[in-house]
Design a protein around this ligand. Sequence first.
Ligand SMILES: *Cc1c(COP(=O)(O)O)cnc(C)c1O
Length: 251
Amino acid sequence: MNTAPTLAENLARVRERIDAAAARAGRLGDEITLVAISKTHPAERIRELHEAGVRHFGENRVQEWESKRARLPDLDAVWHMIGHVQSNKAARVVRLFDSVDSVDSLALAERLNKAKESLPAEDMEREEKGKGGEDPRQRLRVLIEVKLDPEPAKSGISEENVPRLVEALQPLPHLELRGLMGVPPYCDDPEQVRPYFQRLRELRDAVRAQMGRESLPVLSMGMSHDFEVAIEEGATEVRVGSALFGERRKA
Ligand SMILES: *Cc1c(COP(=O)(O)O)cnc(C)c1O
């Protein structure tokens, strides 16, 4: 009776919730990218969810993902870094990830840009295959992480500094800034975080007014317990861990 649901069953439930939230906002569930947050879970679980159809995964620790990725060399997916990146790990990060969703300083962006420029030739060839852009050296997709949680320990750049960072990233040739990411404070009632999601969307819209309406198409916001509210407020990507993989063990 009480058997644990399979990953495929969890995925079906999450997709239903995404579709329902999107419908409430007059959008299509298909427009929303599901990024499965696989931190703390073994490589085999990633493979299982990939078989069920997920193509975006997120991890927050370089070391952990380095060891897991070695066991998944054949999987075709977009790998997102969602945790704080120390500048001295930029070279490893550009080798291990397709997107850095947590850029929070110009210094880090510059390190990533430089690291991407000096990727070894073999990595470039691997990237060229199957992705087929005109530029053989693909640009690294990045999001700016905005600090929504007033708590000092939480990561991200403060809202008022976002426009300046957006501007400063433009000349970096090996980065492609796609949008903003944010994590609101945790509240049991997801309705209480709605204003944070609204603020992130408004910030994006303000930057657009300045940079052009094609800029920053991506809003990465919403986790297992609050992604429906985030979608109603304009999320284009949701980062879902425990609703897919089950609860993480507390460290
Ligand atoms: C862990 C994590 C998630 C996923 O959290 P869940 O509550 O398990 O869905 C999303 N975003 C970030 C930045 C995370 O660190």
